[in-house]
Design a protein around this ligand. Structure first.
Ligand code: NDP
Length: 247
């Protein structure tokens, strides 16, 4: 029970990697704010946690691209839980196409969700962490932010931006005993990747030295480590959880 008496906020907790992270932190004792874009998904994860440990989770529905709405939800979370120890900025989307054909709308929505969304939530929560003189912020980036990928200029820019954001915020908050780190997953089996064409999924899989696609739990384990006391001297880092794609 590494996170007993702690409160974790997980964005994109409604499904995929975020759901695995929310469940993992709850299983290790945290009370969880399950944040998702859709009410039904936010509630599904909160209900699943509450079935395991009564009254440990609450659902919050918000579009993370909306700065004002995120500040409001952040305020509500802080009121209802009383504190915030762990913030996992996980919610993200992709809108892939070659840059030559990319619409400005597809550029904006990916940057606004994956990068500005993390800024919005960090801004809503960091003041409370500063007052507590403790906190963990973990941003879910991607190996694509490190190595790039044809057809994903918007996604790669957002995930590389998240790494710069992580390092700068880590420097801003280090003096207040708040660590800020990023995780760069490789290829994880979720709705996001299930919609890729079969041949792309095959070629991605062949590039993984450990020869298997990650599960949400692989990523959740790394999040739990960075959120734990064992990682208290680690900040501003990018941890690749990718089966060896980047080395
Ligand atoms: P999914 O598509 O399975 O889930 C995305 C989650 O983000 C959903 O819960 C969704 O909410 C939420 N979300 C999306 N947009 C918004 C928004 N505007 N406001 C609030 N919530 C939003 O994605 P994954 O689980 O695969 O990915 C999670 C993170 O991991 C992403 O940041 C992704 O870029 C990153 N990642 C994923 C990899 C992979 O291979 N899958 C590899 C590397 C990184 P709702 O359910 O309510 O629609």
């Amino acid at each position: 029970m590494r996170f007993e008496n702690q409160v974790a906020i997980v964005t994109g907790a409604g499904r995929g990697i975020g759901q695995a992270i929310a469940l993992r932190l709850a299983n290790e004792g945290a009370r969880v704010a399950s944040v998702s874009r859709t009410e039904a998904n936010a509630r599904k994860t909160a209900d699943e946690i509450n079935r395991l440990r009564a009254d440990c989770a609450k659902p919050y529905c918000v579009d993370i691209t909306d700065h004002a709405a995120v500040q409001e939800v952040g305020e509500r979370i802080l009121q209802e839980f009383g504190r915030a120890d762990i913030l996992v900025n996980n919610a993200g989307i992709r809108r892939d196409t070659l840059s030559m054909r990319m619409s400005p709308e597809d550029w904006d929505i990916v940057l606004n969700t994956n990068l500005k969304g993390a800024f919005n939530f960090a801004q809503a929560i960091q003041r409370a962490m500063v007052k507590q003189r403790s906190g963990r912020i973990i941003n879910i980036s991607s190996v694509i932010g490190l190595i790039g990928n044809a057809g994903q200029t918007n996604y790669a820019a957002s995930k590389a931006g998240l790494i710069g954001f992580t390092k700068s915020l880590a420097r801003e908050l280090a003096g207040r005993n708040i660590t800020v780190n990023a995780i760069a997953p490789g290829y994880v089996a979720t709705d996001m990747t299930n919609s890729l064409p079969e041949e792309i999924r095959k070629s991605l899989q062949e590039r993984i030295p450990l020869k298997r696609v990650a599960t949400g739990e692989d990523i959740a384990g790394a999040v739990a480590f960075l959120a734990s006391a064992d990682a208290s001297y680690i900040t501003g880092q990018v941890l690749c959880v990718d089966g060896g794609i980047v080395m």
